[in-house]
Design a protein around this ligand. Sequence first.
Ligand code: SF4
Ligand code: SF4
Length: 139
Amino acid sequence: MPFECPIGCPADCCYFDSEEQMPTVFHEEVLRLKEEASRRGVELSFRELGEFNGVKIYRWIVRGWCPFFDKKSRKCTIHDKKPLACKMFPLILDLNTGNIYLSENCIWVKQNGPRPLDDFPHEKNALMKVVVRLKLARP
Ligand code: SF4
Ligand code: SF4
């Protein structure tokens, strides 16, 4: 059964109460998110995490609901522009071990249990972009 966010999902994935859940983003994504936020009069905050294989990565510091989440429609309002970390969710890449796992913060995962990577074609595609960008694999 391929992964698909159920309509009306409470979208716990867009609510953050611990730093480890917050998205890890690339420099150009920081710029893009800031641009989107400034259009909406919102300020965003990022913390540099350092370099991974020479690529700078940042933690998007977002507490509570993401400012781009629309609580009424329960949808992301920057779907095409959201960072790869959001596009690949519920797939998570552990930068310390290189392991890929499924987030337990996703309701679909909670309901359907462990599933093969091929059940997440779009998310896997985003994950591969991250893997290539971090030089963990060749394109
Ligand atoms: S950018 Fe979109 S998908 Fe990512 S946390 Fe915010 S609302 Fe959710
Ligand atoms: S990724 Fe998971 S928690 Fe987030 S909206 Fe989709 S099904 Fe819901």
